[in-house]
Design a protein around this ligand. Structure first.
Ligand code: ZN
Length: 169
């Protein structure tokens, strides 16, 4: 309804401008002018409709938790599976508290997990978008090895049995 109203408004403006042109100049001049005005109006309209559409979408998303979860997860793909509160604030035009709450909600559903990044920021990792690699891991001393380098089943540092694990790069 809102979108139709906006187009309606633009068309009315164009029509009144055309009427004005007809009264000032001849019909041909007016037709040429009206074409130009219409094109410009449609360009402006397209941009406004796009922005309006985005706002409507954002409001729909914000009011709907399920949709928000889906949308944030989709955005995570765009950022290589790593989101921060500032990114979500920008993408969804949200206050900090809401962005943080949304990411925590996703973490509580195991869609992502929080990891302390550099300079004390929390990075939310979405494993679905992260490349994985298989490593040999020592659970005792936490050393990690490339399976290709490990001929022996034991940890070279402490002698414990190594386990095979999938980790995110
Ligand atoms: Zn070890």
């Amino acid at each position: 309804m809102l979108l139709f109203g906006l187009f309606d408004h633009i068309v009315k403006q164009v029509a009144s401008e055309v009427a004005r042109q007809v009264s000032i100049a001849g019909r041909e001049v007016a037709q040429e002018a009206s074409r130009k005005i219409m094109n410009e109006a449609m360009e402006v309209g397209k941009e406004q409709v796009k922005n309006l559409g985005r706002t409507v979408n954002l409001n729909m998303v914000k009011g709907n938790k399920e949709k928000l979860v889906t949308e944030i997860t989709r955005i995570a793909g765009k950022y290589n599976g790593e989101l921060t509160v500032p990114i979500v604030m920008t993408e969804f035009d949200m206050p900090e508290s809401e962005a943080e709450r949304s990411l925590r909600l996703l973490a509580s559903k195991d869609i992502c997990f929080a990891r302390e990044g550099m300079d004390d920021t929390t990075v939310y990792i979405f494993p679905g978008f992260k490349p994985r690699k298989t490593i040999k891991l020592c659970e005792y001393c936490d050393n990690r090895f490339d399976p290709k380098d490990m001929k022996e089943p034991d940890c070279p540092s402490c002698g414990a049995v190594l386990i095979t694990a999938d980790v995110y790069e």
